[in-house]
Design a binder for this molecule. Structure first.
Ligand code: URA
Length: 205
């Protein structure tokens, strides 16, 4: 039998939150996962502290490689994401945190179900509260629609800033989609530039 999601997520510190995700049995994805995928970033400055992350990247859910390795975006899409980050002077181990809407892999990489997203959302929300990123880059329909609580397509949401619990959100296409859609790579590049501009404006103000 499964156990309900742990109580008090909103008061957890970073290590407690990591442990809660690692042991989560709140939805049926726990039954087939090999690993939970909490996220990856910079090593914390002190034990127990959240990592420094001005940038938070939010994807959809772990795929097969991520499930095996316990780290987000380690497959083909991850390589593209790393290159996208590099193009704006970033990398996943410095001042960036990468997480997903779902911490467990949906079988066969099927789409996340609303119940799974609902069960997992408090973890991402607490990650945001603890990380206090200056910008969130939401990648792909699931990240975008669940963070922004909308059913609007990405094409109608890109090009301007939104917010998630007070943090500016820039939306763009998912790297796995960009691998198949060359024309939208140019749009994703524009989205990255917009995010960078927003950060520079913040730094200058
Ligand atoms: N796709 C995602 O959305 N997240 C991952 O971690 C890997 C692939």
């Amino acid at each position: 039998a499964r156990a309900p999601r742990p109580a008090g997520i909103g008061a957890m510190d970073w290590p407690a939150l990591q442990a809660a995700v690692a042991g989560c049995q709140a939805c049926r994805l726990c039954e087939r996962r090999k690993n939970t995928v909490f996220g990856v970033g910079q090593a914390p400055a002190a034990p127990g502290q959240p990592p420094r992350a001005d940038w938070l990247i939010v994807g959809e859910a772990p795929g097969e490689n991520e499930d095996l390795q316990g780290e987000p975006f380690v497959g083909q899409a991850g390589k593209l994401l790393d290159n996208m980050l590099k193009a704006i002077g970033l990398d996943r181990h410095h001042n960036v945190f990468i997480a997903n809407v779902l911490k467990c892999r949906p079988p066969g990489n099927r789409n996340p179900e609303p119940e799974e997203v609902a069960q997992c959302e408090p973890y991402l929300r607490r990650q945001v509260e603890l990380l206090q990123p200056r910008i969130i880059l939401a990648m792909g329909r699931f990240a975008v629609q669940s963070l922004l609580q909308t059913t609007e397509p990405i094409g109608r949401l890109r090009g301007r800033s939104h917010t998630y619990h007070g943090v500016p959100v820039i939306v763009t296409y998912h790297p796995a989609y960009l691998l198949r859609s060359l024309p939208d790579k140019a749009k994703a590049w524009a989205d990255l530039c917009l995010a960078l501009e927003l950060m520079q404006q913040q730094a200058g103000s």
